[in-house]
Design a protein. Structure first.
Length: 275
């Protein structure tokens, strides 16, 4: 299998155009990322005439720019196999040989598509390490993963035996990417991906809450009364000043912070449990 994202053609609109069948059914169309009132359409080959037609059919939008770049430039890293504990994470076009894996290893296939993140960000690796620690030492069956992105943390939890994993993201393209990865790994019976705001899920019971998200969302999650109903939690995506705010907020609560990880001196991940 060949990497379908080796070269990207990206069209930036000032607001989201209404996509039609001409776009969505095109062989080279990879997805549409919407954020802060803008939209990015991704193709694996030039689509200038196709996009010009879309712009003409959407007079309220403006095609701001066109970018051409490699997959590595977009993601900021090469998509390649790597390991976290006994999780062997690999793109479907570069799977490791079975004889390279140990008897206790779990293969996790990850196709990030055009969603940011190859899985190698410090927060992602720290979350996977802590998910592995908790899931292999405690009785963890139900997991809520807020800000799932490509779905990697949910896939890792499922690979480690969790049977009820909710993978949530507010970005629709992230949810679609997660769904694709769920099917790649045949985790349909274990992982459910859907679009929602993280703070709206806090009343859902679970054994482990994982949130690798921006601080502006994190502050609402930990302030929600449902947060204290989670026996275990992993909070990540926090810069040093943001992590200090979270730690200060947690101090008077009936929770115990087991570890605050920051191996690169920049990004923080917090593991804790309810008392």
């Amino acid at each position: 299998m060949k990497n379908p994202y080796e070269h990207l053609y990206i069209y930036n609109f000032d607001r989201t155009p209404v996509l039609d069948k001409a776009i969505e059914s095109h062989d080279n169309f990879l997805g549409n990322w919407e954020e802060d009132g803008t939209a990015f359409l991704f193709f694996s080959a030039p689509a200038d005439s196709l996009v010009s037609g879309l712009a003409a059919r959407n007079p309220d939008t403006v095609l701001v720019d066109r970018y051409e770049m490699s997959c590595e430039d977009w993601h900021g890293d090469r998509i390649e196999p790597y390991r976290v504990e006994n999780l062997c994470i690999a793109p479907p076009w570069e799977r490791p040989d079975r004889d390279e894996m140990g008897a206790d290893d779990h293969e996790v296939l990850l196709d990030p598509g055009v969603v940011f993140g190859t899985g190698r960000h410090q927060t992602t690796e720290d979350c996977l390490t802590l998910i592995h620690r908790v899931c292999t030492r405690e009785s963890i069956d139900r997991v809520v993963d807020i800000g799932t992105g490509t779905g990697l943390l949910s896939l890792g939890a499922a690979a480690l035996g969790c049977s009820k994993v909710l993978a949530c993201d507010f970005n629709l393209l992230a949810v679609k990417t997660t769904l694709k990865n769920i099917r790649l790994n045949r985790f349909e019976s274990q992982v459910l991906a859907f679009q929602a705001r993280g703070e709206d899920l806090m009343d859902i019971p679970c054994d482990l809450l994982v949130a690798n998200i921006h601080y502006d969302v994190m502050q609402h999650i930990i302030a929600h009364e449902g947060f204290l109903g989670k026996p275990w939690f992993i909070l990540s995506g926090l810069l040093n000043s943001e992590a200090r705010k979270v730690m200060d907020f947690l101090k008077p609560l009936p929770v115990h912070v087991i570890e605050r990880r920051c191996p690169d001196g920049i990004w923080n991940t917090i593991l804790g449990r309810r008392l």
